[in-house]
Write a protein that binds this ligand. Structure first.
Ligand code: PEP
Length: 252
């Protein structure tokens, strides 16, 4: 059975001591509660080592929010896949819409990053999603198809099975606007059928597809109840334990 996952993307939030507080709260929560899903966080990369010390039993997966498409060298400010692997990061978010919007990231970049992540034993959480204009123009199925094909379809079946996909409609990220559970289901089923046509249904059925875009404590249960929604990538609501824990509990 494919994994159910709740992943928190902290983005550029929290000082070191604030980050340690939240990680310690989450570690205590995990100690006291059994969860019916895997729990991941993506803190700022600066705090990955601290996170790995706090979650020493791998009870929470620790992800980078991005990684370089290059292996090493003169790329100031970048972090390479083998560096993340060397501090035992679980994986990296790749192709988040904020990376696409503010840093010109394309699906070709994502393709190189996903491959490098896999080559270094990291789990890529590959994000895709349409803009509001694209949805209004009825292009969302086509946009998702192109994104998925360019970023992922050079992988082998064994490789793609290790990828987590996050459908994140750009119009729903940080806006308080959420795709309806049916809109999410429709696109998740579309992504799964694209994978099935290329790699076969068995492979498609193994891949966890998360929804991201203003998932909150009060809407998580309904969204996660859809058959092709295997969890969520959570931004704002991952910054407070109470909210994040309620979203995790949506799988109870
Ligand atoms: C995200 O950043 O991936 C995200 C989904 O953010 P939010 O939950 O705040 O919309």
């Amino acid at each position: 059975m494919r994994k159910r996952i709740v992943a928190g993307n902290w983005k550029m939030n929290k000082t070191y001591s604030e980050a340690q507080d939240l990680m310690n709260q989450l570690a205590a929560y995990k100690k006291e509660n059994t969860t019916n899903c895997e729990v991941y966080i993506a803190p700022p990369a600066l705090y990955i080592t601290a996170a790995k010390n706090i979650f020493a039993n791998n009870e929470v997966g620790v992800f980078a929010q991005d990684m370089s498409e290059h292996t090493s060298g003169a790329y100031t400010g970048e972090i390479a896949a083998d560096m993340l692997a060397s501090v035992n990061a679980t994986g990296a978010i790749i192709g988040h819409s904020e990376r696409r919007q503010y840093h010109g990231e394309t699906d070709s970049h994502c393709n190189r990053k996903v491959k490098l992540a896999l080559d270094n034993g990291l789990v890529p959480i590959y994000c895709n999603g349409e803009t509001l204009e694209q949805r209004k123009a009825g292009q969302h199925f086509e946009v998702i198809k192109n994104q998925t094909e360019v970023a992922l379809f050079t992988l082998t079946a064994e490789e793609i099975k290790k990828v987590v996909i996050a459908y994140e409609p750009v119009w729903a990220i940080g806006t308080g606007e959420t795709a309806t559970p049916d809109q999410a289901q429709e696109i998740h089923a579309h992504i799964r059928s694209l994978i099935a046509s290329k790699y076969g249904q068995e492979v498609a059925d193994e891949i966890s597809i998360l929804y991201g875009g203003s998932v909150k404590p009060d809407n998580a249960k309904e969204i996660f109840s859809k058959p092709d929604v295997d969890g969520g990538l959570i931004g704002g609501a991952a910054l407070k334990l109470e909210d994040f824990a309620t979203i995790i509990k949506a799988f109870d």
